[in-house]
Design a protein around this ligand. Structure first.
Ligand SMILES: *Cc1c(COP(=O)(O)O)cnc(C)c1O
Length: 388
């Protein structure tokens, strides 16, 4: 006998709440920037991945408005069905140029771009994924039907053992990692990963969601910074973080892109992203490569060191992070939420990150710095955080 549907839903919600894991939407009445307006109050925003402060940049706004003017609002269907519009092609040419790959393909979201995994591997193959890799990579691996193995975070010894096991199996092996980890802020050792995967004849996908626009001499990402561009089979990322718009991408060889077109279900069976989003992303990529992009990036790193010096001075223990993401470890879910709420009362928005985004008992505050911040904003944050 089935129970009443709404009783069932409410019981589930109560169970989530009892674990300190209940989530709610917070309505804001402003765009994304260094400050957001919530319930009529201006809050200092340390929650966004808009690392270069491009989400409301005039150049991106103008590009989006022009695209609406010329191409309208909707895209009608998936790109293989109703024609593939010029803004998408212009974005992909800009992406391939920026990343220095043969070709690029854009998706409606970064989450959807992970669909590349099931385009490349399937039943009988193996996917080996870093323990802390983003949910979209894990979900894509599951969807592919390949055997899934998880290696300990950044542990090349553990990965090496799994690759030795994979050597004994039939089928191909694809390794999945982020370059800068979204919730911990630390980096993969791409040079070691490349060495290992080449020794074992495996392939490598690197998700640059939190690195694109920020690292490397041309700000292409960690793949550029590590000098391994020619050795990474699949470069993936989002256009919704430092690039300032929305969407995802895959960069790689012509054959890779052609295969995705034919096999990646999130590409084939989803309406194309709207012209405004795509044109803004292209403007974001151009901006990242410009002198202004370099200045914004330089400003960001200055703010990052101001914050990290300040936190250390106040006795906060910082993990070995090297970027704009600062995880302040709390542990208990309810304690992290309470701390986040206390900060909110002082006018600072810092989200509590909990299971299932991170492991149970590893709740944290996750601070992100943006080039849209000013030094005084960092000082206000430090004041609000107080001593550890
Ligand atoms: C945000 C994120 C994604 C998903 O990108 P969206 O464009 O937000 O869908 C993928 N991978 C990582 C590591 C991310 O942090």
């Amino acid at each position: 006998m089935s129970s009443d549907f709404s009783d069932y839903l409410n019981q589930e919600l109560v169970a989530i709440g009892d674990l300190g894991l209940r989530r709610e939407l917070r309505r804001i009445d402003s765009g994304q920037g260094a400050r957001v307006v919530l319930d009529g109050h201006e809050l200092l925003n340390f929650s966004s991945n808009d690392y270069l402060g491009l989400a409301c940049h005039p150049a991106l706004r103008t590009a989006a408005a022009k695209a609406v003017e010329e191409f309208g609002v909707g895209t009608g269907a998936a790109r293989l069905i109703s024609g593939s519009m010029r803004p998408h092609h212009e974005l992909e040419e800009a992406l391939a140029d920026f990343k220095g790959t043969e070709k690029a393909l854009s998706f409606a979201t970064g989450y959807a771009a992970a669909g590349v995994v099931s385009a490349v591997v399937g039943k009988g193959d193996m996917v080996v994924v870093d323990k802390l890799a983003h949910a979209c990579l894990v979900d894509a691996a599951r969807l592919s039907g390949a055997k899934l193995r998880v290696f300990k975070h950044n542990d090349m010894g553990d990965l090496g053992r799994i690759l030795q096991w994979a050597d004994q199996q039939d089928g191909e092996t694809l390794i999945l990692t982020e370059s800068v980890f979204s919730m911990d802020g630390d980096c993969a050792s791409l040079a070691h990963l490349v060495e290992l995967k080449e020794r074992h004849g495996a392939w490598l996908l690197v998700d640059e969601a939190h690195a694109t626009g920020l690292y490397g001499s041309s700000r292409r990402g960690m793949v550029e910074e590590s000098g391994v561009g020619d050795h990474v089979e699949i470069q993936m990322g989002t256009l919704g973080k430092a690039i300032g718009s929305a969407g995802g991408y895959i960069c790689g060889s012509r054959a890779l892109i052609d295969l995705i077109l034919n096999r990646a279900r999130p590409f084939m069976f989803s309406t194309a992203p709207v012209p405004a989003q795509v044109a803004a992303a292209r403007a974001g990529i151009e901006l990242v490569q410009s002198d202004e992009g370099e200045e914004r990036c330089g400003k960001l790193w200055g703010l990052v060191s101001r914050l990290s010096d300040g936190l250390i001075r106040r006795g906060w223990k910082l993990p070995a992070v090297s970027g704009a993401i600062f995880p302040l470890m709390v542990g208990e879910e309810k304690a992290a939420v309470a701390l986040s709420r206390r900060l909110l009362e002082t006018g600072v928005l810092v989200p509590a990150i909990r299971y299932p985004t991170v492991a149970r008992g590893k709740a944290r505050l996750r601070l992100t710095v943006s080039a849209a911040h000013e030094p005084a904003d960092i000082d206000q944050l430090l004041e609000a955080l107080g001593d550890a």
